[in-house]
Design a binder for this molecule. Sequence first.
Ligand SMILES: NC(=O)c1ccc[n+]([C@@H]2O[C@H](COP(=O)([O-])OP(=O)(O)OC[C@H]3O[C@@H](n4cnc5c(N)ncnc54)[C@H](OP(=O)(O)O)[C@@H]3O)[C@@H](O)[C@H]2O)c1
Length: 359
Amino acid sequence: MSRTRVLLVGAAGETGGSIANGLLENPIFEVYALVRPRSVQKPAIVSLQERGVQVRRCDLRGSEESLAEALTDIDIVISCVGPAEQQDQIPLAKAAKKAGVKRFVPCGFITVAPPGGIMWLRDEKETVYNHIKQLWLPYTIVDVGWWYQLSYPRLESGRADYAMTTANNEIVGDGNTRTALTDLRDIGRYIARIIVDDRTLNRMVFAYDTVLTQNQIYDMLEEISEEKVQRNYIPEETVYTRVLAARQSSETYPFDPVKFIPRYLAEYQLSWGIRGDNNPEYAKYLGYLDAKELYPDFRPTDFRQYLETVVRGTAKGIYTDRTISRAQQREFPRTESSDSLYTRIFPRAESSDSLYMSR
Ligand SMILES: NC(=O)c1ccc[n+]([C@@H]2O[C@H](COP(=O)([O-])OP(=O)(O)OC[C@H]3O[C@@H](n4cnc5c(N)ncnc54)[C@H](OP(=O)(O)O)[C@@H]3O)[C@@H](O)[C@H]2O)c1
């Protein structure tokens, strides 16, 4: 039987790395990675090649011909680009339509939220979804809730710092809003099932592991670590004020991370923390299929077990290959002393590349 040829965009990134692992676990997939020329030598890409991934050199911002070449004989395209690069998927979708790609998985992979003015990042993605639909390109949109890896607060002892991108020391509202969570490593395992499932064609899928409140996460971390974690509750009004301030200062393009990142972080807090958008019930209302119903035998990584590895010092950190300059950290509005760790979450936009320093 012929194998399904899957082209992954962003294979060196966090989501892309998880998806590459998920696909490589299943021999029915022949895995290709679209990699921009400057990144071909990245250790993550070299290692994927050693595991059988075939690299197609191409920049999403490159020529139509180079995109057509990268898509030759590809059955499924999966895109995992960063927040600043969402619109770069539009030429990719056009090329995929021309090349006869059978399924296009655009870069969703965020929390559940309604389109149209709640979250800038969601709306960036929705613009791409609309283009896909205008092309009549077969698609599947997958959202995953909040990564386990970004969900827990810093421990005063510093024991968890090695695995974190941010101090993450704010509880939104009263901390009792339920929010869906997924281990980053499970995204690829879900995707390997979703992309070969006829039921998910031209549908949105919500693939999540568990649902918890912030208070429950704090309780669990305190229990496991035997450390008290200070609870810093951020009132609803503060979130609204942040959202308004960040929106006012980020009305113009081109993408400027100094303005947009505070905006999408504040809007995340508004959506999952205050509005309570990120849960399976609301996802269903918005029209998502629920991966738990599609794949009842899927075994998600247990959140408590994941936290135990964090406290033990054996969890894998995320975004460990990037940091940004101290100057950038100083400019970042949510700073306080807490957030020298904030930084690795920043996307690698062209405009922000100069801000990055490797460690
Ligand atoms: N649910 C959550 O909790 C959560 C958390 C974080 C992110 N996300 C979502 O996940 C998505 C992916 O984020 P991430 O943090 O996993 O991404 P990431 O680690 O920043 O990786 C992005 C990848 O896109 C590639 N890329 C960017 N521009 C490209 C271009 N012009 N041509 C070819 N490749 C290009 C990059 O290639 P290079 O290797 O060449 O730089 C990189 O491999 C985001 O859109 C975000 O919304 C969700």
